[in-house]
Design a protein around this ligand. Structure first.
Ligand SMILES: [Mg+2]
Length: 304
């Protein structure tokens, strides 16, 4: 992790540089606030040691620019100041600095402050990672890694509104693994889970990058195809059906088998007043696919 040193007085710049280099840090130097700001925009440094008094952009102004730059990760800022009265120290911290050192400073103290800044940065990074993982968990189905029901529904709702506003077509496909209960009964739940994972993999591979697929429930999946007419949705559905049926799932004993799926498609061109009605239509089409022999694609056809 590189450290940016900002100091207009050469003697102090050299002192800071020497101390941090000896402590094993990589450093970059800037002679004043403006030069530092330009460097920062090219490469957001995680740790900055900056002087307060500098011609042009001074320390507090630089800190403020960094704090309002909108960068994702945190920058830990240590301010160097010759002014050691309380008011100025408070002002420096209020401008957004994390720490201050009064000049002349002790080299070991500087290194210790930098080390504590690094600890805080590492903690912050761990927190960010944990939050990211929580967000992923909240949106994804643990078994298949696909979006969960809530997340695919949110996506579908947004696309449904968009399709209406822009008067574009959006299609949905509801699909279900045929005779999945038999798989579970015959091979056990562990293999049943493996079947669900493999099916999810096929679904993901077959999508364009603006399509989405989610696990709708048990062995049921929902595909959302923005900007897609019913006939094109049928092409997608048919491709997925054929690929699934021809994919061999290996058993631990060396045998392999495949599963088949039934699919129902519906499109917003059918004038549905809500997303729920559109998905219901796909569900009715799926029901017909099941009733008429499974392993096939049916489209929603209004009954009257
Ligand atoms: Mg100065």
């Amino acid at each position: 992790m590189k450290i940016l040193i900002v100091e207009d007085e050469m003697i102090y710049r050299r002192m800071v540089k020497k101390s941090l280099l000896e402590a094993g840090y990589e450093i970059v130097e800037a002679e004043d606030g403006q030069a530092a700001w330009e460097l920062f925009q090219q490469e957001p440094f995680h740790l900055v040691v900056t002087d307060w008094m500098m011609p042009g952009l001074d320390g507090p102004q630089l800190v403020q620019k960094i704090r309002t730059s909108g960068q994702k990760s945190y920058t830990y800022i240590i301010m160097l100041t010759a002014m050691d009265d309380t008011d100025n120290i408070v002002l420096g911290l209020e401008s957004g600095a994390d720490e201050y050192l009064t000049k002349p400073f002790n080299s070991r103290e500087l290194v210790a402050r930098v080390a504590s800044g690094m600890r805080i940065l590492r903690l912050e990074e761990q927190l960010m990672q944990a939050r990211q993982q929580m967000e992923d968990l909240a949106l994804h189905d643990g078994l298949t890694g696909l979006l969960n029901r809530r997340a695919i529904e949110d996506f579908a709702e947004a696309e449904f509104s968009m399709a209406r506003r822009k008067e574009r077509a959006m299609s949905v496909i509801l699909l279900d693994i045929d005779r999945f209960k038999n798989v579970n009964d015959r091979f056990g739940h562990k293999l049943g889970d493996e079947v669900l994972r493999q099916a999810a993999k096929i679904l993901k591979e077959d999508l364009r990058n603006y399509d989405r697929v989610g696990r709708w429930g048990g062995e049921e999946f929902l595909l959302i195809l923005p900007d897609t007419l019913l006939k094109d949705a049928v092409t997608v559905a048919e491709r997925v059906r054929v690929r699934t049926a021809s994919t061999q799932i290996s058993l631990e004993n060396g045998e392999s088998f495949s599963v088949q799926i039934s699919l129902g498609a519906a499109c917003t061109t059918g004038q549905f007043s809500s997303l729920t009605k559109l998905i219901d239509a796909a569900d009715q089409a799926l029901y017909r696919a099941k009733q008429s022999g499974r392993n096939r694609v049916c489209i929603f056809e209004p009954s009257n």
